[in-house]
Design a protein around this ligand. Sequence first.
Ligand code: SF4
Length: 352
Amino acid sequence: MATLPAPLEAAADLLIEQGRDIGRDLAERLVLTRDDELPQLIGLAHQVRVRWMGPAVEVESIISAKTGGCPEDCTFCSQSARYTTDVTRRPMLPTAQLVELARHTRALGSTEFCIVVAVRGPNHRLLEQVCEAARAIRAEVDIEVDASLGLLSDGQAEQLAAAGIHRYNHNLEAGPRFFPRICSTHTYADRLATCHRVIAAGLELCSGGIFGMGETWSDRLDLAFALRDLGTREIPCNFLDPRDGTPLGGETPLRPLDALRCTAMMRLINPRAVVRYAGGRELVLRDLQAYGMLAGANGLIVGNYLTTLGRSAELDLAMLADLGMPVAAGPLTGTRGLIATAPAVPLSSPHP
Ligand code: SF4
């Protein structure tokens, strides 16, 4: 059997043999893995996710409950009111509609339903609406309810927790050095503060980022380590889908192999998290989408994204079945180390 390149050997020893995290120096060497060595990096990331998290894949759906008109200036976002894009503004969906969407989502196999609104942060009325919707969904549908409402002020995370919200999404989006290049209306520190409020309120933190905005590998590692330092429970990996009218509309999409490298690195640095394959994968990975699930991802957003159409949920579920990856029956619980009785690499595990 071919030997692994030295950095991969070192990472395998730490992550799989010793159940320990890798450090920044080793991560800097791992990102230099050549394209012809990428299958080995991907294979290692897959082994790590199975050894730490098991074979199952957590399936989630997100719904844009209030679309467009956001006052912030995030350069990648077609929902900013500052840019002329094809997004149609839509006010908050009524509770009854959110309950129906959650029901539909559950029928597809999702165990998480995330209510997303395009705002800087929720005012009192909006927070109440989301809490009411969360209570109604929890009462009628067997699904966990998540929310993504932007920056939270003191006490708001506690209100969401009391309404039965399980997980809160607030992406750091990028590392601290790169963040000022993609947003000027709030700071990285603002985002970090909301992440800390979420954790302090006992909610699970979902936080990730977007790759392909012009950041360097060093910026990507900054993000991955910042997420690990936060103890992030779920990490959405988005790939920039350059949207007409936004400042990043002319950006060249990531190379598919680099998107796979980003996914694998996120897993190797965050062995305990659900690494969720999110927006932009259809555009960036094209025929290589299944490889992302073999590169350390163990979460999948099915159905449509906030402002772009995803491929059909049925195709994604068929992809998981073809990969022999069972759909998790509920939220995946990360371990604090290796799973004691590690399942075999799950390419032969039973279909759901
Ligand atoms: S805060 Fe969110 S919705 Fe508003 S512009 Fe930034 S990414 Fe878009």
